[in-house]
Design a protein around this ligand. Structure first.
Ligand code: ADP
Ligand code: ADP
Length: 230
């Protein structure tokens, strides 16, 4: 029940000179696990997340998500994997400003071929799950930061992905709202969802079961967080 296998992955960027963002990184994520990635700025955290999410391809090595080799997939195939196997939650929410909460959550289902009524039904149910059942028809500018992030989380869950990738999901919200979002992740993890979360905040990382410490493109250590509780 391995959801993600990262095997000997390196990533170089060529911009005049060559930057090695990741150097021979291997990491497995089992189904239902909750992993945090920590490390200094520029250590390769986002690159790792982007490779697992199929936003980019490795220079060498293999990335397998839910049995599919993302590293060998074409751009079109990777777009398909992103749409169905992976849910993204970003610091900046990335919501469509003209679409209501329910329309934002339903958007991945449009690409997945769901009909209109089923899309709406599922989106409303996901918004209720994240505590926004009374905000379904608000557009993002009518919602608070925490509410917007919860819409983004509901959207990430819409296709029932094998894995949820979160890049600094509490980076743009106040402390109380951040705590609510982490509580929501705990609930979703308890319900069986698999999480990989990038953060530079120790107290956020400690909500996971283990912390992968990245430094200079390498995995420095993997720390078990005792109890996985707080
Ligand atoms: P982190 O998320 O830990 O801050 P990144 O994965 O964003 O680190 O970056 C790792 C290294 O790769 C950095 O040196 C960064 O400058 C470089 N890098 C990341 N993305 C690109 C890109 N698209 N083009 C060129 N260099 C990049
Ligand atoms: P939360 O604690 O859930 O993040 P806030 O205390 O920031 O919420 O906001 C309280 C209420 O005010 C919310 O229910 C939201 O609908 C409304 N609200 C917050 N920010 C805005 C905004 N920029 N424009 C319109 N309504 C807002």
């Amino acid at each position: 029940n391995t959801t993600v296998r990262v095997d000997g992955v390196s990533k170089q960027y060529d911009l005049g000179g060559t930057v090695t963002a990741l150097d021979d990184v291997s990491l497995d994520l089992s189904a239902g696990s909750y992993t945090a990635v920590m490390g200094p700025s520029g250590s390769g955290k986002s690159t790792l997340l982007n490779l697992i999410g199929g936003l980019d391809t490795p220079s060498s090595g293999q990335v397998v998500v839910n049995g599919q080799d993302v590293s060998a997939a074409s751009e079109a195939e990777r777009a398909d994997i992103r749409g169905t196997e992976v849910g993204f939650v970003f610091q900046t929410f990335n919501l469509m400003p003209r679409l209501s909460a329910v329309e934002n959550v339903a958007l991945p289902l449009v690409f997945d071929g769901w009909d209109r009524n089923r899309r709406r039904e599922r989106a409303v149910s996901l918004l209720s799950e994240v505590g926004l059942g009374d905000r379904t028809d608000h557009v993002p500018s009518e919602l608070s930061g925490g509410q917007r992030q919860r819409v983004a989380i509901a959207r990430a869950l819409s296709t029932d992905p094998a894995l949820i990738l979160a890049d600094e999901p509490t980076g743009n919200v106040d402390t109380d709202t951040g705590a609510q979002i982490l509580d929501l992740f705990d609930d979703l993890h308890a319900a069986g969802n698999t999480f990989l979360l990038v953060t530079h905040e120790r107290h956020v990382a400690e909500r996971a079961e283990r912390i992968v410490h990245v430094e200079d493109g390498h995995i420095q250590s993997i720390e078990d967080v005792s109890g996985g509780e707080h």
